[in-house]
Design a protein around this ligand. Structure first.
Ligand code: BJW
Length: 266
């Protein structure tokens, strides 16, 4: 076992993190938009580009925006479906998938659970199983009225367009909506409880790439600490949760996670 210094951490902090991570049999990783940033998926709270630059994504991701203009909101989601299809998991996603395979020192398996706020499928495409998608999934479309799942074709424009009519539900004819959780909506049934149970049942909670502004997901690190679980934040910027973690690691997901997992593999 070598004593690696992780990039972006002082040697003492690096030793402490490696000690906790090596000893952790049950790890929960909470991911946010920063996890996918280095794949080319814009985070929520940065200025958008092109057609969407005049719009705040947190205003578009609401039932009110949908009610006001379904074609405009659908065009934004259709564009994002195309964007996510066209990108690949980054080195951080791949490292998390590898971490789950790093054997526990006594030969048993480590439990690595991923709880994500992201609506993309980059963890899955990297080879990880996701325990909970707290804010739904970009491609789990359903009818806005009768809630029937929609698995028909989606018109994904090659270039962003300002308006696009959503498909209609085959059962009742009403509009199909994205299967994501908008502000003011409930999380998918059971998703938060599963996430909270994982956090309580962890030796280490690693919080990657979230601003910690959106509840109830933002409450999970505090739940962990209240339970005596070590909490480490991995984020290049200071956030709402930084003051309340054991180690704040100022590094990106694709910079930090491969270095951490490589150190655990030695
Ligand atoms: C990097 C990086 C790199 C950059 N590497 N890092 C308690 C108190 C106050 C309010 C509430 C509360 N409980 C509930 C609420 C209301 C509301 C809420 O939280 N409002 C706050 C804004 C105050 N919450 C809700 O409404 C939730 N529902 C709910 O609570 O139901 C119960 C209920 C119902 C009715 C009434 C009351 C209660 C639902 C929240 C749904 C959030 N939905 C969205 C959209 C999803 C669909 C879509 O994608 O279009 O989810 S909003 C958006 O924010 C998205 C994200 O998942 C979520 C979190 O964002 P995230 O991941 O943190 O991204 P960013 O962009 O904010 O941050 C990125 C970070 O990455 C930054 O820190 C960067 O530094 C970092 N970064 N590059 C690592 N390379």
């Amino acid at each position: 076992m070598t004593d690696t210094t992780l990039p972006g951490l002082e040697p003492a902090q690096s030793r402490r993190l490696l000690e906790v991570a090596r000893a952790a049999r049950r790890v929960t990783v909470l991911t946010g938009a920063g996890m996918s940033a280095e794949s080319g998926v814009p985070t929520f709270r940065v200025a958008q580009s092109g057609l969407w630059e005049r719009f705040d994504p947190t205003m578009l991701a609401t039932p009110e925006a949908w009610e006001a203009d379904r074609e405009f909101v659908w065009a934004w989601y259709a564009w994002r479906v195309g964007l996510v299809r066209g990108v690949e998991p980054n080195a951080g996603h791949l490292a998390l998938a590898r971490w789950a395979e790093v054997p526990w020192p006594d030969g048993g398996r480590r439990q690595l659970r991923i709880v994500t706020q992201n609506v993309d499928d980059l963890h899955e495409r990297a080879g990880s199983q996701v325990l909970a998608h707290l804010h739904g999934s970009l491609t789990a479309f359903r009818c806005e009225a009768c809630e029937s799942p929609y698995d028909g074709a989606i018109d994904v424009p090659a270039e962003p367009v300002e308006r696009l009519p959503p498909p209609r539900c085959a059962s009742c004819g009403e509009a199909v909506r994205p299967g994501v959780v908008w502000f003011g909506e409930m999380l998918p049934e059971g998703a938060f409880d599963v996430a909270a149970d994982a956090v309580f049942d962890s030796d280490l909670v690693l919080v990657v790439g979230t601003s910690g502004l959106v509840y109830p997901a933002a409450g999970l690190p505090d739940l962990a600490r209240g339970h005596g679980v070590a909490v480490v934040e991995l984020n290049p910027e200071r956030t709402e949760v930084s003051e309340r973690v054991d180690i704040a690691w100022r590094q990106t997901a694709a910079g930090g996670l491969p270095a951490l997992v490589a150190a655990l593999e030695t």
